[in-house]
Design a protein around this ligand. Structure first.
Ligand code: BGC
Length: 747
């Protein structure tokens, strides 16, 4: 006993000691920052707040600037984005070293889902509900990008998105604040690694602050009109999780929120982020968003735009040049204090120190390391595993899947079978010297998988878009010769992503017509749907016997899809966002309020909250996804039925794998607060566990209910748990609730 205490005591000492070390480091960094700041002219300070696009690629409207090098030499630029590769970054850093104070440049880049090794798009990865896998994929992306000269990724995007018309739905973790927060945390940890300053750590950037995902009508860059309750309860939690994970930076957003552009929004940036949450990093604007406040109609000119943004807490100006051209004058005119600029500069310099750039500005420019990290076979292996974990099995009639290894002939049909770059999805990175078709196509993946006794036949059938059907006959012909047909259809990679909002999210072109003809052959058809968003595909959903939603899976797409088709990986993914059956249902999400006239089915429209011409249910609900095996839920137990605020309830439930295959299940815990001073949603995800069970195995898993899980923002925006009755639901999806019980929170 004594020994145990002694060990704990030493552990405590060790931890305390570590805190002291970190604290001392921070102290000495802030002393160093202060000493650099004292040497800086106002022009040099403003320079640190100025970020330009390098000319390698552009992710926004470019202002060509021939004098970039000259400006860097004068200390007028603090950071570049879209500068990739050790050679390029070394060149620019060399130029920065010719400036008076030799303050190193920061290189930022959208490393959204992998670097050279492309991982599934973030929405797909979110479908894995596998936080370790998500963190690992960010870790690998950071390892590769940091080896290629990059210090900072503009990721993760943690915007909650409930409108699949919005093209950027692909870039986040879906509709739910709980799942979104867990994923935000994992991604930040993954990018930043053990600590900033390690040679393989990237600074993370939680974006877009805030509520960008709620653009009206799903139209990118559109306004957001939102209650404080919704903001705090649904849209802010993933950002808070990013702060808790230690995110080094934030990016604000293009939208206005209730009439105030996020970029000039003091409430968001100063009061919430830097005030209430104590965020010590810096905020970068979105591309040109400071200048765009003129279009919003909130400021008259760039001078006012700069004033509004700096006052509101935007520290760095990405590409609008408003800070560079106006901050000095604003100081002269006594519109802002130098102290406001100093605070922004200090936040940026601090990160440059933490990264170790003042000690060695070329720390991330090691060409040998770049070669090594960009060619690590382990990265490919993990990309394949993460991709397989992201594929959602939507339908599997008569256990058509997994396919048998003894099939004689397979027809692989569709416009995406042999596609290369498409599989990467939007926001892949063009790495200098790397073939952008560095990818395993679906065709190649299947070829790698099947043995010599299986013949593979191919026909394109049709294009993704357009109405030409002249390829149908060949497709039908090879289908007839086969034991099974696999049809790969969907969107183009650039149909989702930034500025890619769509009002029609059906499967484009004649692809579903092709399916119809293939089904008419009587052959079993497995459909792969490739997309960056939830699509509407009712014909496929109602008629195809088996459907895998493959999103965009990255470099290893083909191998991962083949692994799932043949059962080398048993699908375990669950939808992180509701799939509508019609655009008319949007926005549709599981955690809605009950309303005063709730509808419970689609046949009764007697003055209730329903559509007379549409279902009230999504086609596939949040949390939905099948497996090749079956899971049985039983024995839900609560340690008590009444709890006080300081207490906990222990919940246990037994899950058994009753099928033939080993598999993983995401066990989801939802709560409903039956009566609240503000109406509470019909259910809210409050916990989940992803478990692996061998065929025939069963496990008892445990959850803890505490006050935190019962709390919400009341009308005064206080985070409270109100006494009363709660319903607890354990499900395999948000709709398929297997077990229920009730408990009470007492005074
Ligand atoms: C996007 C950001 C991105 C930035 C830099 C903007 O258009 O909204 O998410 O990080 O460009 O590429």
């Amino acid at each position: 006993m004594l020994k145990k205490y002694r060990v704990s005591f030493y552990l405590l000492l060790l931890c305390a000691n570590q805190f002291l070390v970190v604290d001392a480091q921070q102290k000495s960094i802030s002393q160093k920052v202060d000493s650099v700041l004292r040497l800086m002219t106002l022009e040099e300070k403003i320079g640190q707040l100025n970020q330009y696009n390098d000319d390698w690629t552009a992710t926004g409207p470019v202002t060509l600037d021939n004098s970039k090098a000259e400006q860097i030499k004068k200390g007028q630029v603090g950071s570049l984005l879209n500068c990739i590769g050790t050679e390029r970054s070394r060149n620019w850093q060399n130029i920065a070293m010719q400036s008076r104070l030799k303050i190193p440049l920061l290189f930022g880049q959208d490393v959204i889902h992998g670097f050279k090794t492309t991982f599934p798009i973030p929405l797909a990865e979110a479908a894995s509900w596998d936080l370790d896998a998500i963190q690992l994929s960010a870790r690998i992306a950071a390892t590769e990008a940091s080896a290629s000269g990059i210090h900072w990724t503009f990721a993760p995007m943690v915007d909650i998105a409930r409108d699949p018309r919005w093209g950027r739905v692909m870039e986040g973790a879906g509709e739910d604040p709980y799942l979104g927060s867990k994923i935000a945390y994992a991604r930040v940890k993954g990018f930043q690694g053990n600590k900033l300053g390690d040679v393989n750590a990237l600074m993370a950037c939680a974006k877009h602050f805030a509520a960008y995902g709620a653009a009206i009508g799903g139209r990118d860059y559109n306004s957001v009109d939102m209650s404080d309750r919704l903001l705090w309860e649904v849209y802010l939690p993933p950002f808070k999780a990013a702060v808790d994970a230690g995110a080094a930076t934030f990016m604000n957003s293009f939208n206005d929120i209730n009439g105030v552009p996020a970029t000039g929004n003091k409430y968001l940036q100063r009061d919430i982020l830097k005030g209430k949450w104590g965020f010590k990093g810096f905020v970068v604007s979105d591309w040109g968003s400071i200048g765009e406040m003129i279009n919003h109609g909130n400021v008259k000119n760039e001078y006012e735009a700069a004033l509004s943004a700096i006052t509101a807490g935007s520290d760095m100006d990405m590409e609008s040049r408003c800070y560079k051209n106006n901050l000095a004058q604003l100081v002269k005119d006594k519109k802002i204090l130098v102290a406001v600029i100093d605070d922004a500069v200090k936040r940026i310099l601090k990160k440059k120190f933490e990264l170790g750039l003042f000690d060695d500005p070329f720390k991330f420019c090691n060409a040998a390391r770049e070669q090594k990290e960009l060619n690590d076979p382990e990265h490919t292996k993990i990309a394949r595993e993460v991709a397989a974990k992201s594929i959602v099995l939507l339908k599997n009639q008569n256990n058509l899947l997994p396919l048998s290894e003894n099939l004689k002939t397979i027809a692989f049909i569709g416009p995406l079978v042999k596609a290369l770059k498409q599989n990467k999805g939007f926001w892949d990175v063009e790495v200098p010297g790397v073939d952008s078709n560095f990818i395993v196509s679906q065709w190649e993946g299947l070829q790698n998988k099947v043995g010599a006794n299986t013949k593979l036949l191919y026909a394109k059938g049709c294009e993704i878009e357009g109405d030409r059907k002249d390829g149908f006959a060949e497709a039908v012909e090879i289908a007839k010769q086969s034991d099974v047909v696999i049809l790969s259809i969907g969107e183009r990679r650039d149909m989702s992503g930034e500025a890619k909002s769509r009002s029609n999210i059906n499967i484009p072109g004649v692809q579903e017509d092709l399916l119809k003809e293939l089904l008419a052959t009587g052959k079993p058809v497995v459909v792969l749907i490739n997309a960056g968003r939830p699509l509407v595909f009712n014909y496929t959903a109602d008629n195809a016997p088996a459907i895998l939603y493959t999103w965009w899976l990255g470099s290893e797409a083909g191998n991962a899809i083949a692994d799932v088709l043949f059962g080398d990986y048993n699908p375990s993914a669950k939808l992180p966002i509701s799939f509508p059956g019609s655009v008319g249902q949007i926005p549709i999400y599981y955690s809605h309020f009950n309303t005063g006239r709730p509808a419970t089915n689609d046949s009764n429209h007697n003055y209730n909250s329903s559509y007379t011409d549409l279902s009230i249910f999504p086609k596939y609900e949040f949390g939905y996804g099948l497996s090749y095996t079956n899971f049985q839920y039983s024995n839900l137990q609560l340690s008590k039925k009444k709890m006080k605020a300081g207490e906990q309830i222990k919940v246990s439930v037994t899950i058994a794998n009753s099928g033939k295959y080993d598999g993983e299940e995401v066990v989801q815990l939802y709560l409903r607060d039956k009566v609240g001073s503000i109406s509470r949603p019909v259910k809210e995800l409050k916990d989940f566990k992803k478990i692996k069970l061998l065929a025939g195995e069963s496990k008892t898993i445990k959850f803890i209910i505490d006050k935190e899980k019962l709390s919400f923002y009341n009308q005064q925006l206080q985070w409270v748990a109100e006494p009363g009755d709660f319903e607890l639901m354990i499900g395999t999806s948000s709709r398929d609730i297997k077990l229920k019980d009730n408990f009470e929170l007492i005074q």
